[in-house]
Design a protein around this ligand. Sequence first.
Ligand SMILES: *Cc1c(COP(=O)(O)O)cnc(C)c1O
Length: 407
Amino acid sequence: MSVNGIGLNGNITDNNKDVIYFDNSATTRVDSRVAEAMIPYFTQIYGNPSSAHVLGREMHGCLDKARQTVAKLINCAPHEIIFMGCGTEADNFALIQTAELFKGKGRHIITSAIEHKAILETCHFLEKQGCYITYLPVNGKGMISLYDLKRAIRPDTILISLMMANNEVGSLFPIKEAACIAKERNILFHTDAVQAVGKIKIDTDDLGVDMLSVSGHKIYAPKGIGVLFVRKELKERLTPFMHGGAQEDGLRAGTENAPYIIGIAKAAELIMEDGYDENTRIRSLRNLFEKRVLNEIPFTVANGDPELRVPSISSITFKYIDAESVIGYLPQICCSLGSACASDQEMASHVLTAMKLDPVDIRGTIRFSFGRFNTEEEVNRAVDLLKAGVEKLRQISPIYNQQAGSG
Ligand SMILES: *Cc1c(COP(=O)(O)O)cnc(C)c1O
């Protein structure tokens, strides 16, 4: 069946059945349990939660429960959860609304050089509005230094925003320690936890953060749903990001996207039920992959911090070769050039650049990211394919033959 030329047919999945999906940091497949939980909210439970009638009240109750579940995942109060359109919106909201609220106190914000574009581009926007931004450098492993953070603080610093886990190399920033530094100096602290949720336990109370961003499609819920946690005292002072109705305490107007809110709540429930255990399995898949690649394919390097990183990500540099040609040669393996965002543009990854990788090595770098639905068989098959593919491509690579060839 095809609707208006859009191929809405089963063949899509059939054609893709041999594909190995190692791009879980770009997006995840929706867990079928999540999809099933959402279905009734399209055709059966469809009231507007703002309506006073029975269907409205029913929906209102369902969304309350969903809010409680998501709050439990990150240990905060339900009314500290704001549902929104995506992780990018949560990041925009956090930075733009606090910059607005505290513009009388100061206009300086600290972030890192390796944040997601959702933070970096928002910072560039705020710079145009008259804010000053400090981008903390990282070392060769993609790690910031708390010493640099302390030194960057100025009397007019109003906000520190640091990601919990990096999406290209997986490094885990010391968020608890950084939030503590912020608190001592009365500075707000936001963390983009999009790549960390589900991979490490997140407790907003223990971390001491004021705001935290989550995205649905990185945790087996659909694309197009995000969450921002905002601590109660701060939330009460913020002004609306979207103007309109009274949804989300008037801060983010627009009728709630009920099926997707139910979806992200179901994804949160699954993480709490079994999600942290599954990371042991995902880590061992990642480690098997990395070990085999490094041992069996010559001139390969793993990037990032080997210890302080999420279990799901492996960033590999294949020296003397173009990552793009590897990906082009092995279409069965879904993975990313450095990062999903970088692959759309003819631009070197800002993360690997900040880590001071040689530009030639950056061109040879691929991010593989593992998830819930990957198997050991896929890991072994992918390594076998990579091994043969890389060898073949190096045979015809002039750089390889010049620089490493006979050696
Ligand atoms: C994917 C991602 C985002 C953006 O989330 P969307 O829901 O796609 O807008 C933000 N930050 C990080 C670290 C991400 O990986």
